[in-house]
Design a binder for this molecule. Sequence first.
Ligand code: SIN
Length: 535
Amino acid sequence: MEIKSDYLIIGTGIAGLSLALKAAQVGTVSIVTKKEMMEASTNYAQGGIASVLDPKDSFDLHIADTIESGAGLCNREVVRMVVTNGPDMIRELISLGVHFSHSKTQADRLDLTQEGGHSRRRIVHTEDLTGKEVERSLIQNAEKNKKIKIYENHMAIDLITTSKFIRRGISTNETRETCWGAYVLDINTGKVKTFLARITILATGGAGKVYLYTTNPDIATGDGVAIGYRAGAKVANMEFVQFHPTCLYHPMAKNFLISESVRGEEGRLIDKRGDHFMERYHPLKDLALRDIVARSIDTELKKSGDECIYLDISHRPKDFIKNRFPNIYKRCLELNIDITKEPIPVVPAAHYMCGGLLTDIHGRTNITNLYAIGEVACTGLHGANRLASNSLIEALVFAKSAFEDSAKIISDKGDYKFPPVPMWDTGSATDSDESVVVSHNWDEVRRLMWNYVGIVMTNKRLIRAKSRIEVIQQEIKEYYWDFIITSDLLELRNLATVAELIITSANMRKESRGLHYNLDYPERDDKNWLHDTVL
Ligand code: SIN
């Protein structure tokens, strides 16, 4: 089955949906998502969106904070573009119906909260459910739009690119490697559909599930990076994986984040004896940059042998806590933790992929007509360590930039005809009776990444990780060609590819910088490593 549209957007987070709403002004849009629309990482974003909205703040300060956090690897032009477009993006969201929290003292002003590494209060939020509110509104707008067709439970397998035509002996007039859409698995029927598009946008989010412990939802399996990489797109800076310092530590709590804004509102990290240990690690204490806080916690836990540390906000008034953090309050209470009275047990967990598909300032990859936006992309904004709450604003600004760039191609289409695309071929694949291979390898990848490629690495651990992942990759490859594909198998294949990209990049960088910390090279080395790692 062939489905044709001007745009194919893969992913329904803030990046994909906000681009879809713009793209629908100039063409037809197909959006595919492997679960329901709402199941995007955006939906779980608690903290908010960083933007300069306070008269006492300035673009220069936000730019300086972003660059400081990025530890020498930010692209200044990109940082300026994102920061200076920020306020317009917030106004655009408000015009789409997003309700942000307002100041309690000045009702006409948005409430701005604080997070680590920001020299001013500049985080726009909707209590502690910012992502959910943004998703709600974007989905509502997309569903109303007649130019947008949404395909839920559809998972992209691979991109359709020029070399696939050549391999099958089909000639096209296109000499450059160009993308014409993707082969997509309809998860409900098990059939593979061919989605043809003049512009393809990867907006699939991150890859937190590569690690055993993560704040990310189950969908975060690095699909976009793996799909793009297999098609020949360049990938950069995969070694910079951000660990969020405070993921709820409780056997019944799956992936539950305790927002950094809890520390922004005076929450303090303590150990089980009540020691406020961040005082010993950095002058900014609990609001030091994320890499520093996560590493300090890791050191404390290794030293003490404790299983977790604690985040305490119980000294703030009960009503303030309940109104400002209703979601965190409710979830913790369900687990018998009353955060107005007692500290919250927390541990660091994988949270955000600073690397991804390498793009230019318009979100263009090196494959013609293929764009990457949001967490899947490495745009140059985050460098070696993303500043808190800079991701949603990046997604919005790059959606705008990618739209403006791609719209030129669409409006100049004349009488466009797609080339004859080869259909998906299942070959001699049969149904598998050994799906244990998938679940076993899935578990092994996540454990080896957690144990060997975590907050603190060593050469020895990285070498171990490399040899293990090579074996797993080989096993997946054999299994992939023999058996009919399922979404679990596709996710495992993507997850293993992303794990391998992280390990390879981490092995290449012989220094410590930002989120990449190798005990065998503990110093930052600007002479040799002041550049991206490109694969
Ligand atoms: C948080 O609420 O702590 C997450 C914010 C972010 O990762 O930008």
